[in-house]
Design a protein around this ligand. Structure first.
Ligand SMILES: NC(=O)c1ccc[n+]([C@@H]2O[C@H](COP(=O)([O-])OP(=O)(O)OC[C@H]3O[C@@H](n4cnc5c(N)ncnc54)[C@H](OP(=O)(O)O)[C@@H]3O)[C@@H](O)[C@H]2O)c1
Length: 243
């Protein structure tokens, strides 16, 4: 499925429960993998094949080493649900600050947000704003909105992608997905033209894992050029009413 495999990948949120899987998967797929950590003492559990770089994702001036010579970045950071200040500083701030640190240099982007992100009135609004930054950045990108982590049955191995963000139960009834499956989708997306300009929800279906995700990506609609929102998202966040 690979069209152009970027060389060096920065993983933001690398010490997180999903980020650790992303670091391991990127190393496994042969990328030069750079893990951003804010506290070097938390880097010990990361894949030994990854570079570790120290920086604070909420402070752009600390990110120069992290973004030096990268070809791609995968965002998996996240703050505690319900803390608006942290959501702005971390969920949104990491994307803003990495783009600022890049200074307009083009990179491939994979961003993890969450299923239900278009439902208004929660701290997830900041994740949605981070999606908008990515779409507006002019970079090739894939935005992945996973369902609930690690509630899946043993036979739920099939990668299933949805669009329109219509599931709003706020529970695993919205769909479930394993952390290692999220990591595979994020890393696989980097080298595929089929996944460029895609926004989708990610859940696990009952069935075997697909050998290649290219046809799964190809079955989706791309976000229109210049659009701030995912292709089938409800237009319930008017840009002119945004902070
Ligand atoms: N749980 C679910 O079912 C589910 C489903 C869909 C989406 N999500 C979303 O997935 C996101 C990530 O989840 P996760 O389980 O991987 O989270 P996690 O294990 O708590 O990891 C969060 C990552 O963000 C970093 N981070 C958090 N606050 C920070 C701060 N103030 N400054 C710098 N770095 C900070 C953490 O760094 P440190 O290690 O240094 O703290 C860590 O690398 C969450 O935002 C959540 O909303 C969750």
């Amino acid at each position: 499925m690979n069209t152009r495999k970027p060389g060096t990948v920065l993983v933001v949120g690398a010490t997180g429960s999903v980020g650790r899987h992303v670091v391991a998967e990127a190393v496994r797929q042969g990328y030069i993998t750079r893990a951003l950590v804010r506290d070097a003492s938390r880097a010990g559990r990361l894949d030994a094949g990854a570079q570790k770089v120290t920086g604070e994702l909420t402070r752009v001036e600390t990110l120069a080493d992290a973004v030096a010579d990268i070809d791609a970045v995968i965002f998996t950071q996240g703050s505690s649900y319900g803390d608006a200040a942290a959501a702005e500083a971390v969920d949104y701030g990491a994307v803003k600050n990495v783009l600022l640190a890049l200074g307009g240099r083009r990179v491939r982007i994979a961003l993890m947000t969450a299923i239900g992100v278009t439902r208004r009135g929660s701290t997830h609004d900041w994740k949605r704003r981070s999606e908008r930054l990515v779409r507006a950045s002019g970079n090739a990108y894939t935005i992945v909105r996973p369902g609930w982590f690690d509630y899946q049955d043993d036979d739920q191995l099939e990668i299933t992608l949805l669009q329109g963000d219509t599931r709003h139960a706020g529970s695993p009834a919205d769909g479930v997905i394993a952390r290692h499956q999220i990591a595979r989708v994020l890393v696989d997306s980097l080298a595929s033209d089929a996944s460029d300009h895609l926004t989708f929800e990610l859940v696990a279906g009952h069935g075997p894992a697909q050998e290649s995700l290219k046809p799964v990506f190809q079955a989706l609609d791309k976000d229109p050029a210049g659009s701030l929102d995912g292709v089938r998202d409800r237009p319930n966040m008017p840009a002119d009413a945004e902070p």
